[in-house]
Design a protein around this ligand. Structure first.
Ligand code: ADP
Length: 779
């Protein structure tokens, strides 16, 4: 019990400490003492209460309630004191008795003895591994205690810092609390734990603050801090952001350029479209102007001035005509409406012929044309008509933009993967600035505009479209004033083309006779071979017929024979009077050649060459037409011949074999059909009978057999063999001697089900029904 000078009576009991305020007549139990047995209460001269208990000596400030507990760690002999054993001596020292003896101390000394703690940063760890200065990859230059700031890489963002309190004899009493500024919102709860750990910190600047408390005294005794910087990874560093900014600017710039180019291309396309629409409308009138001019040209009694004017008119009509044709070609090429008709060609031979065709034009400017061949046989697959357009564009440009007396080289090349050719001139060249526009929109380089040559800038656009239609590449090397070289490259072989784009391959590839994939695309225009030595007439006819037919052009009979070998035209339209080989001679040769005799021929002859007509008919021509002719009548004639062919094909397919055999105009064709049927009959029950055997029995190449059968019957060899077999089957069924399964076997159909389906497809009824009809009929 202790009465202080404020009139408060302090009561110590076995259950804690209470205070009785005499003036207020109120008792308060002091919190925190509930577990203590109070042994004695004394006050020092600073009015601090000293309370001895069974568990140490406690100093308490009665005003604030703040306490501090002394024990063995502070130099006391014991923490257990005896009840009532205490006194304050005259010198102010306090004495407390304990079971092991009394302790005396001066309150001042005891107060100062609670020395200031000292915080020391002990260790720094990354991912639970202690790091030291001097080792590889360490972020520390000095010990962690001597470091003000630790700079960590972005992938060193899991770390811990441990600390200790030195300079103090009773460390147990000290508690730590910390806060990582920039990350923690609150200080950590005070504890004796002396490690601050953080993981996966975002890049940034932090400050780790650590403070130390006395267990008895909640005031902070010491605080230290250390800067922690986690650097961003390079992709989010300031340099990276600068780079991103530059990159974005670049992208924006490129997009801007892309869109402005697109807009330029679009407006160019719109203008082209307008021209194309106009071209379609003026094509017919131009043809109608050209035809009479051509006729006038044949007149003998024109005055020199009249002839001069006529030439002028013809030249300009020609230019207009070719421009219109180019526009229409471009439209078809760009809308991909152009169908490919891929055939195999011998590269050097084709290029040589094409180069020679340009000789007259080159001669006009004294330009020397040279052709450098590969020197070996390169079989290239391409669409000859389209490649003609490509070559003609490049070659006529080369001639157009080269000075008199210069040289133009055509070089053919081929390697393991590709083939192609180069057209090189030493003309005006193309400025670098213009080069990139040439293939994208219609464009004429300044140096070309400044020449006297007119142009539309469409030729290269068409060329580019056609080249890419055939999956090729076009490149240009040119230097202004020195010359240009356009190089084309195409893939070897024909694997990259669709089967329906191929003409010959269908024959070459089919071996089994049951395959149905030999159909030729029905929407491909019929091929018409035009044989005409007069260039104007040739162009006139090509222009008039090109919307209905795919036109191949030869300038005499010899060229025509070559083309017949490479292509399989549905019809030949030939002039009679021609150098090298006349039209009637060509017709005669065709009609006596099993491979070509089925192709109808129309001969063109002038009115005063009536004898030619007789010669033509003798040669086996289907029809003739007299010059000057009406193009409308010519068209009707061609159509009717092709229609007749078609009717014959239909008649063949529809016949059951009961009626008379279909008769063809040419005897050789009839012989061919008879022979074919006989061969099939001989192999009738042989299901393994192949097209190869069929062709070798006929003594003809696969291509010839294919072309011929297609022309006469509209069928591929496979279908032809199948239909002949079915017709024989029908005949057997009519005889009533065999069962359906026997008939199937006898006609080379090992699968009866397949036989029934094929039979029904051909004759509209099943074999069973077909034979039952005959039973009824006979009855
Ligand atoms: P055109 O010749 O009708 O103007 P093209 O599309 O064929 O149209 O060619 C486009 C442009 O390319 C030409 O106007 C010309 O500037 C340039 N050019 C093409 N070929 C050559 C060449 N062999 N030499 C120089 N310039 C050429």
């Amino acid at each position: 019990m202790y009465l202080d000078h404020n009139g408060k009576l302090w009561l110590g009991t076995e259950g804690g400490l209470s205070c009785y305020d005499i003036l207020a007549n109120r008792i308060v139990n002091i919190k925190g003492f509930e577990n203590y047995t109070i042994c004695g209460i004394l006050a020092d001269r600073f009015s601090q209460l000293w309370i001895s208990t069974h568990m140490g000596l406690i100093r308490m400030n009665p005003q604030t309630g703040q306490t501090y507990k002394f024990g063995i760690a502070d130099g006391f002999l014991s923490e257990d004191f005896n009840t009532g054993a205490y006194t304050r001596r005259a010198n102010g020292n306090l004495v407390f008795g304990s079971p092991v003896g009394a302790v005396e101390f001066s309150p001042e000394t005891a107060i100062t003895k609670v020395t200031q703690p000292k915080l020391y940063f002990d260790q720094f760890s990354l991912f639970n591994q202690i790091v030291y200065p001097g080792i590889k990859g360490t972020p520390l230059q000095n010990t962690i205690d001597e470091t003000e700031q630790v700079v960590l890489k972005h992938d060193q963002n899991t770390f811990s810092v441990s600390f200790v309190n030195i300079n103090f004899s009773n460390p147990d009493k000290w508690m730590f609390s910390w806060k990582l500024e920039g990350f923690d919102r609150e200080w950590s709860l005070p504890s004796s734990l002396s490690v601050a750990s953080y993981s996966n910190l975002e890049p940034g600047s932090y400050n780790l603050q650590v403070r130390v408390f006395n267990e008895n005294d909640s005031s902070v005794s010491e605080m230290r801090s250390i800067g922690i910087i986690v650097q961003p990874p390079f992709w989010s560093s300031i340099y990276a952001y600068v780079f991103y900014a530059l990159l974005s600017l670049w992208v924006v710039y490129m997009l801007y350029r892309y869109f402005t180019n697109r807009m330029a291309e679009r407006s160019s396309r719109e203008r082209t479209r307008f021209f194309i629409d106009t071209a379609h409308n003026i094509r017919t009138p131009i043809t109608l102007i050209k035809a009479p001019l051509n006729e006038l040209e044949q007149e003998q009694d024109l005055t020199p001035q009249g002839r001069h004017f006529l030439d002028l008119a013809l030249r300009n009509v020609e230019k207009l005509n070719s421009l219109i044709n180019q526009l229409i070609d471009l439209q078809r090429a760009e809308s991909n409406a152009l169908k490919l008709t891929i055939t195999q060609c011998e590269l050097d031979r084709w290029l040589r012929r094409k180069t020679e065709n340009f000789k007259p034009l080159a001669d006009q400017k004294n330009i020397v044309l040279s052709f450098e061949e590969t020197g070996r046989r390169v079989e290239a697959w391409f669409d000859t008509a389209k490649m003609d357009t490509i070559f003609d564009n490049l070659m006529s440009n080369a001639i157009k933009y080269s000075p008199n007396g210069s040289t133009i080289q055509v070089i053919s090349h081929a390697d393991e993967t590709s083939w192609g050719f180069t057209v090189a001139d030493n003309g005006i060249g193309i400025p670098v600035k213009a080069q990139k526009h040439l293939f994208k929109r219609y464009y004429r380089a300044d140096n070309a505009v400044n020449t006297s040559e007119t142009g539309s800038g469409l030729g290269l656009l068409i060329t580019r479209s056609l080249v890419s239609l055939m999956q090729g590449k076009i490149s240009l090397k040119s230097e202004e004033g020195k010359g240009s070289a356009f190089t084309l490259r195409f893939k070897n072989g024909n694997g990259h083309f669709l089967p329906e784009d191929m003409v010959d391959e269908k024959v070459n590839d089919s071996d089994g006779i049951d395959s149905d994939n030999e159909e030729i695309a029905t929407d491909v225009l019929p091929v018409l071979l035009l044989v005409e030595d007069n260039v104007e007439m040739c162009e006139y006819l090509s222009a008039s017929l090109s919307s209905q037919y795919h036109i191949l052009v030869a300038h005499n009979g010899v060229e025509a024979m070559e083309l017949l070998g490479e292509h399989s035209p549905q019809i030949v339209l030939s002039d009679i009077m021609m150098p090298l080989m006349r039209g009637d001679e060509l017709c005669k040769r065709m009609k006596s050649d099993m491979s070509y005799c089925h192709i109808p021929v129309i001969l063109i002859t002038a009115l005063d060459e009536k004898s030619n007509i007789i010669a033509g008919y003798e040669a086996g021509a289907e029809d003739y037409i007299l010059k000057p002719f009406d193009i409308g009548i010519l068209k009707v004639k061609i159509e009717s011949i092709l229609k007749n062919r078609f009717h014959l094909q239909e008649a063949f397919a529809a016949s059951t074999g009961e009626e008379e055999m279909v008769k063809y105009a040419n005897n050789m064709d009839n012989e061919f059909m008879q022979k074919s049927e006989q061969i099939i009959e001989r192999y009738l029950s042989d299901a393994m009978f192949s097209i190869n055997v069929f062709c070798s029995e006929l003594g003809m190449s696969r291509t010839s057999v294919y072309n011929k059968l297609k022309a006469l019957t509209g069928l591929s060899p496979n279908d032809f063999i199948k239909i002949i077999r079915l017709k024989k089957a029908a005949a057997l069924l009519r005889e009533q001697r065999y069962y359906v399964s026997e008939v199937a076997y006898l006609t080379g159909f090992p699968d009866v089900k397949y036989f029934s389906v094929a039979f029904k497809k051909q004759f509209g009824v099943t074999p069973k029904k077909y034979s039952s009809v005959y039973v009824k009929d006979e009855n």
